[in-house]
Design a protein around this ligand. Structure first.
Ligand code: ATP
Ligand code: F1X
Length: 304
């Protein structure tokens, strides 16, 4: 079974406004809300690709109820630990530039963390756990490491999409996949990464440090995939970016869904990039039809 773990889910409040003037009353031209949080997005894309997963993490309050009900309506299994505070609301503003304001998230108690760890202990060989997104500010920064350690003991494979500092703590446990974007990779190595060659060079270092598969996403420059046998660059299709929220999560879901189907990593990577672009070209997440329509435009180049 595939499990997604979102420690800090959200309701994403997506708004469009022609122009934003700081210090003035601004009005929107469009607004919608969607369940959010990286693991939750992965579960939603997997579901649309016909792959079952169970979404876990922490949910609370009226916003938590909204997220859970939405997922159930889409036919996604959930097993969230319920917390006292409200699940956060993140603002995704599309004006002249895409701007995001992500909230800190509710307080999580030691008891609630214990309940979550008990759940993770039930996973075993053949299971995948996708850990994705930030940690609520009240939680210990070692939580990812603790969870990955549990998975190492039980034999579950882990996939991680998180910021540079969090990645540092988990590489030694040999995660199945990590997917930093170029900024997160740069944060990890304390330098700016804006070229494909640099992304490959530093991605290789993550493989040497233990990651089995690495995808570095580079927004409009596509993405690179690195494992111990080499590296591949994929270009992205041309199109109008409507909202890139969830594009990275769609890559993780697309990779896993296609890998499980074909056992072919290069093919899974190409599908992953088409999934990211299909989400970037939509409000909300990608659909299988949109991915298939973009796939012919994703060109790959292998490096040995
Ligand atoms: N301008 C674009 N044109 C085409 N595809 C794009 C564009 N921007 C993003 N994408 C697609 O989305 C993928 C992920 O983009 P990005 O590197 O911004 O990831 P991310 O920062 O992890 O995303 P997220 O917004 O989910 O945090 C890219 O590899 C590509 O497939
Ligand atoms: O604050 P985090 O956990 O880093 O990111 C949360 C978030 O920005 O990531 C998703 C898109 O990837 C959104 O649905 C959500 O709002």
């Amino acid at each position: 079974m595939i499990y997604t773990l979102t420690l800090n889910p959200s309701v994403d409040y997506i708004i469009e406004a022609g122009e934003i003037v700081l210090g003035a009353l601004n009005r929107t031209s469009y607004e919608t809300k969607l369940p959010g949080g990286k693991g939750i997005n992965v579960s939603r894309v997997l579901r649309s690709l016909g792959v079952e997963s169970k979404a876990t993490g922490f949910l609370g309050g009226f916003t938590g109820k909204y997220v859970e009900e939405f997922l159930h309506k889409e036919g996604i299994y959930t097993n969230f630990v319920k917390v006292g505070g409200d699940t956060r609301i993140n603002i995704k503003l599309k004006a002249e530039k895409e701007t995001e304001i992500n909230a800190r998230g509710p307080e999580i108690s030691t008891l609630e963390i214990g309940l979550l760890k008990d759940q993770i202990k039930q996973l075993g060989k053949g299971d995948y756990l996708i850990l994705a997104g930030s940690i609520p500010s009240s939680m210990p920064q070692t939580i990812y490491q603790d969870i990955v350690q549990i998975c190492k003991e039980t034999g579950a494979e882990v996939m991680i999409d998180a910021e540079g500092e969090l990645l540092k703590t988990v590489l030694e446990y040999k995660p199945f996949l990590i997917k930093p974007n170029n900024h997160e990779l740069g944060q990890f190595f304390g330098r700016e990464i804006s070229e494909v060659e640099d992304a490959i060079f530093y991605g290789q270092k993550l493989v040497e440090a233990g990651a089995k598969n690495v995808i570095v996403s580079l927004a409009e420059m596509g993405a690179v995939y690195i494992n111990e046998s080499g590296a591949i660059h994929a270009s992205v299709p041309q199109g109008e970016v409507k909202s890139s929220v969830g594009a990275g999560d769609s890559m993780v879901a697309g990779f896993l869904a296609q890998y499980l189907k074909t056992n072919d990593r290069a093919n899974a990577f190409r599908y992953s990039v088409a999934s990211g672009s299909a989400t970037a070209f939509s409000i909300g997440l990608c659909t299988p039809e949109k991915i298939e329509s973009l796939l012919p435009e994703v060109k790959i180049h292998k490096f040995q």
